[in-house]
Design a protein around this ligand. Structure first.
Ligand code: NAD
Length: 500
């Protein structure tokens, strides 16, 4: 218990902004409390950024962009710094994971995996910019055309509290690899691990002003909103709730900013009777209970063919009851504490709603022995109707809805019957069905007979209310760069002549 209550070694005195290479407080001096999810007691304060702090950060980022050297450095030189960043992240993995786990309530073993993934993101985008090729086109004897790829300017990066460090790396990697400068606004519930970025970047030799960070809230007048509305920030990459995405879309409209949005989900896992049932149970358990269920791509609606439905529900509920709930710092813990009491209340309210809408077959309350903090039992509802709120709405916790189906058509109708469209998981041994279903399902990503394992080269994004645009691989490079077409006349000028 003590390890989850006592802050990890290396904790800063307080969490500050980082602007132009300096740690600074908010201009108005305001701070807010950050809570430990195991006790819900404040353990540190963080600077609360507002418009004036964003102004200072954007000025620093714009100066670093306009005066260089970062945007004009050779890709190979930038890549060397990105590799150093990756190595430092990897070498500080245990410290990073301890901070992330303490701050967010993520199980420590899973937090370590996320730290390694963060390092990998920097390596991957370093590789991409070195290997970057761009299009060239020829019209023999008349014209040659080529694409001149350029960084855009100051990128505004706004991130959520689930796997915060990894998700920040997912935006920071491509944004800086391509020569932009950035202002990061980390999530207010989990600012701790982000406070390590400045030290990592300084040690790696990133020039001052390329990375800037303003902590605080997102709402009107606060840091997130002010970043979106700043005229010198042409790009906003946002990950968070769909409703926040809608607000940001509207607030960015007057400037027609470049937007990339990774939003909420309520992804189906569809289990056909011909599937390897054991593999499907194991993967769908992991898919919804890993990361405490606070996972955008969680397969939180499981659709099961009626001939294996009862067996599946029984096996699933039995295994869910064995998922190990424990302290975030315990390496054996599989589900730990939700991030914040507000989020705990939200998840618990869905558990109560579920009890009125469906059949509870596992969990449904606080785990024994965890009378304080944001602990929720892995909770399973069966016989969930498609109109139920627990079928339609994103809960973002360790709560799953299981629904039967009796034909491929019904499975597809159920799979597509929410406003979201992030991921879909399909379990079947019939290849034709697997591919046909993948093509018809309304989701940005599909996994066939697989857990959520991502190749960093593939596009990542959602359809419907789950997102706008794609990041991942070259899509990230495209988002963070301007592609200017240069046209060269190789022959006679062939324009019609006016005014002769
Ligand atoms: P959130 O939308 O409440 O907040 C996300 C970030 O936006 C925070 O930094 C917040 O301060 C900021 N923000 C809030 N209002 C803002 C505004 N008006 N203008 C600018 N910034 C604002 O989301 P959350 O609760 O932190 O995260 C959970 C959500 O994120 C879930 O819906 C989850 O599915 C989603 N998510 C999606 C992905 C994906 O890749 N699709 C990944 C992780 C999380």
């Amino acid at each position: 218990m003590t390890e989850s209550i006592t802050p990890p070694a290396g904790l800063p005195e307080k969490i500050r902004h980082y602007i132009g290479g300096q740690f600074v407080d908010s201009i108005d001096g305001e701070e807010f409390d950050v809570l430990n999810p195991v006790t819900n007691e404040p353990y540190i304060t963080a600077a609360s950024g507002k418009k004036a702090d964003i102004e200072a950060a954007v000025t620093a980022a714009k100066t670093a962009f306009d005066e260089g050297p970062w945007p004009t450095m050779l890709p190979r030189e930038r890549a060397r710094i990105l590799y150093r960043i990756a190595d430092i992240v990897e070498s500080r993995k245990d410290e990073l994971a301890a901070m992330e786990s303490f701050d967010s309530g993520l199980p420590i073993t899973q937090a370590k995996g996320q730290a390694s993934r963060a390092a990998e993101n920097f390596r991957f985008f370093a590789d991409l910019i070195v290997a970057q090729v761009d299009d060239a086109f020829k019209v023999p004897g008349r014209q040659a055309n080529y694409v001149n790829r350029k960084p855009i300017g100051v990128a505004g990066l706004i991130t959520p509290w689930n796997t915060p460090f990894m998700l920040e790396s997912w935006k920071l990697g491509p944004a800086i690899a391509t020569g932009n400068t950035v202002v990061l606004k980390p999530a207010e519930f989990t600012p701790l691990s982000a406070s390590l970025w400045p030290g990592i970047f300084e040690e790696a030799g990133l020039p001052k002003g390329v990375f800037n960070m303003v902590n605080g809230f997102g709402e009107e007048g606060f840091a997130g909103d002010s970043l979106v509305k700043h005229p010198d920030v042409p790009l906003i990459s946002f990950t968070g709730e769909s409703s926040t995405g809608q607000t940001i879309f509207a607030n960015a409209a007057p400037w027609l900013k470049g937007l990339s949005m990774e939003l909420g989900g309520k992804s189906p896992a569809v289990v056909f009777a011909d599937a390897d049932l054991e593999a499907a149970v194991n993967a769908t358990i992991f898919g919804v209970f890993s990361l405490n269920g606070e996972r955008c791509t969680a397969g939180s609606r499981i659709l099961v063919e009626d001939s294996v439905y009862d067996e599946f529900v029984e096996r699933y509920a039995a295994q869910a009851k064995r998922v190990k709930v424990g302290l975030p710092s315990d390496p054996d813990t599989e589900v730990a504490a939700l991030v914040h009491p507000e989020h705990f209340e939200k998840v618990m309210s869905y558990v109560e709603i579920g009890k009125t809408e469906a059949r509870l077959v596992a969990g449904g309350g606080r785990p024994e022995g965890f009378e304080t903090g944001n602990f929720v039992q892995p909770t399973v509802f069966a016989d969930v109707a498609p109109e139920a709120r627990i079928f339609q709405e994103e809960i973002f916790g360790p709560v799953v809805a299981i629904t039967p189906f009796s034909s491929d058509e019904e499975a597809l109708e159920l799979a597509n019957n929410t406003k979201y469209g992030l991921a879909a998981y399909i379990w079947t041994s019939d290849l034709k069905r697997a591919h046909n279903f993948s093509q018809a399902v309304e989701s940005g990503m599909v996994w066939l007979n697989s857990n959520n394992v991502r190749d960093l080269r593939t596009p990542f994004g959602g359809v419907k209310a789950s997102g706008l645009g794609h990041e991942g691989g070259y899509r990230s490079i495209d988002f963070y760069t301007e592609q200017q077409s240069v046209h060269i006349n190789l022959g006679e000028v062939h324009n019609p002549v006016f005014g002769k």
